[in-house]
Design a protein around this ligand. Structure first.
Ligand SMILES: NC(=O)c1ccc[n+]([C@@H]2O[C@H](COP(=O)([O-])OP(=O)(O)OC[C@H]3O[C@@H](n4cnc5c(N)ncnc54)[C@H](O)[C@@H]3O)[C@@H](O)[C@H]2O)c1
Length: 537
């Protein structure tokens, strides 16, 4: 995919295909019998057999696949059914110790830091090629483990991984310090050195994308890594790490430990020999790992956390486009996006029309087996998230919001939820305050721009925002007034390798992607040397 924009992929692929798919599904009597309003046939049929097998289930430490020290394993589940996909080695503190020792050895002694930056970049480019060649297999594992539509994984997320990998591979031999003018006869320079052993903890909602967002800049800067994947989705990180080895990454440079947060994740965050920690996950856990990092060796920490992002539709917006993008901003990835546009603010003059259209769009959403072609929405990741989302739906109803559509479980198996839309939502309601992380759209009404900016900012989060208007002054006003890391104007979820991403307030610390991320993985050393009889200063 040339543009790397999920939204443009979606408008070209899923939105148009959903219309085709709707008519196909409409022909199945099964669909009509189970749910009349949604195109949900696949959610009620037998699951499609995934076109992939699980090859790797062990930990990768020091270049070798190994069992966990305890011999323990944990199960990873298919969200379509709740059935077990595979048993995976369960790493804990002892495995983290082994992995950190391997990463330390590879950093201090191994060939990696002694290679030229150009040699390192060639390995990273090779890895990008391998990711591209293995797109189908990785996307299938991702869909199986996570429940996201296969077409989304294969046509949007894997190409984004490849692009981001190439972006940082290109940086590897362009990272350097400065020669600085001095107030005297001194040569003053800065060296940009790799920081050392990077600990990285990733979540389950975009497992392979988060893997690449984390490892690409760290490796481009010459670091070694211990990465802990999310316990819900361990499969693609191990697979990708194997490809990194195949690309020529020396043993011990990437170590992957599957396991649970409090055990493996906690051991990594509090390890005395980890030089930097990068974490993506919930704000609650972000606070914990920050505390662990400070109580151990004061390792620097970057955090990519949760959000409750406003999507603001002004009175002059192109309503149909805004409805479509507001729908996408919320429902994409089953609503399981840190930057989901989960507070849809609509100007009072177009509110009723917008709600009607948003409801109609949600009712057309194609929900079902994510391996089926043209599916827009698969199941939620697991029973815990499913229950949490259902509780928020109940809370929305109880607090007086108007349930326009959805609100119920879909099908008898797995964790499918009807695309749900609430109108008449106000800020006192939990559904307008908490990160629901599910397919639940909350539509609020506003009167003027200053008021909506104030209300949009009235949250502990500050990850992203969408602004829909045809007035450049309104766009500029909101872009500057909103306290968030990304403002998308008349678009949403446009992720480019070069544009940074991260949060204000309790949505995080630091930025990932782009040039901004490199400094997370570098130490700056100042070197001062006297000059004897310099020709110039
Ligand atoms: N800002 C971003 O870029 C971004 C991207 C994706 C997801 N997220 C956020 O991630 C959250 C969803 O992910 P989640 O439910 O997996 O979050 P989570 O915080 O429960 O888990 C994230 C990771 O942290 C680990 N973990 C859990 N407890 C830990 C502990 N005590 N010590 C160390 N590690 C621990 C988990 O095992 C997992 O690997 C949402 O809040 C979402 O907004 C943010």
């Amino acid at each position: 995919m040339a543009s790397q924009k999920i939204s443009s992929f979606l408008s070209r692929t899923l939105v148009s295909s959903s219309i085709r798919s709707l008519s196909q599904h409409g022909r199945t009597s099964h669909c009509r019998r189970v749910v009349s309003r949604y195109s949900t046939a696949a959610a009620t049929e037998d699951p499609i057999t995934p076109p992939v097998s699980v090859k790797y289930t062990q930990l990768l430490i020091g270049g070798k696949f190994v069992d966990s020290a305890s011999g323990k394993k944990f199960k990873t589940y298919d969200p379509r059914t709740g059935n077990v996909i595979a048993e995976v080695a369960e790493g804990d503190a002892e495995d983290i110790n082994r992995a950190v020792a391997a990463a330390r050895k590879a950093f201090d002694e191994g060939p990696w830091p002694k290679m030229t930056a150009y040699e390192r970049s060639k390995i990273l480019f090779k890895f990008a090629d391998l990711l591209e060649q293995h797109t189908d297999e990785i996307a299938a594992l991702e869909t199986w483990d996570n429940g996201k539509p296969y077409e989304q994984a294969a046509k949007a997320e894997l190409p984004m991984c490849v692009r981001l990998m190439r972006y940082y591979a290109g940086w590897a031999d362009k990272i350097h310090g400065l020669t600085v003018p001095a107030d005297g006869p001194y040569q003053m320079q800065t060296l940009h050195e790799p920081i050392g052993v990077a600990g990285q903890i990733i979540p389950w909602n975009f497992p392979i994308l988060m893997f690449v967002w984390k490892v690409a800049p760290a490796l481009a800067c010459g670091n070694t890594i211990v990465l802990k994947s999310a316990e819900q989705t361990p499969l693609t990180a191990i697979y990708a790490a194997k490809l990194l080895q195949e690309a020529g990454l020396p043993d011990g440079v990437i170590n992957v430990v599957s396991g649970y947060g409090p055990t493996a994740g906690g051991a990594l965050a509090s390890h005395m020999d980890v030089d930097k920690l990068a974490f993506t996950g919930s704000t609650v856990t972000g606070k914990l790992v920050l505390e662990m990092a400070s109580k151990s060796n004061l390792k620097p920490v970057t955090l990519e956390l949760g959000g409750k992002s406003p999507f603001i539709v002004c009175k002059d917006a192109d309503i149909d486009k805004a409805v479509e993008l507001a729908h996408f901003a919320l429902f994409f990835n089953q609503g399981q996006c840190c930057c989901a546009g989960s507070r849809t603010y609509v100007h009072e003059s177009i509110y009723d029309e917008f709600v009607e259209k948003a409801k109609a769009r949600a009712m057309k959403r194609v929900v079902g087996d994510p391996f089926r072609k043209d599916i827009e929405q698969g199941p939620q990741i697991d029973s815990e998230q499913f229950e949490k989302v259902m509780q928020y739906i109940r809370s929305g109803i109880e607090s007086g919001a108007k349930l326009e559509t959805g609100g119920e479980k879909l099908g008898s198996k797995g964790y499918y939820i009807q695309p749900t839309v609430f109108s008449n939502v106000n800020e006192d309601m939990l559904i307008a305050q908490d990160e629901i992380f599910g397919p639940v759209q909350s539509i609020l009404k506003f009167k003027d721009i200053q008021e909506v900016a104030r209300r949009a900012n009235n949250t502990h989060y500050g990850l992203a925002a969408g602004v829909f208007t045809q007035d450049i002054d309104t766009a500029n006003y909101l872009a500057r007034a909103l306290k968030v890391g990304t403002v998308w104007v008349n678009c949403y979820d446009v992720f480019d390798a070069a544009i940074p991403f991260g949060g204000y307030k309790m949505s995080g610390q630091g930025r990932e992607k782009g040039i901004y991320c490199l400094m997370n993985y570098l130490q700056v050393k100042s070197v001062v040397t006297p000059l004897k009889d310099p020709a110039w200063l």
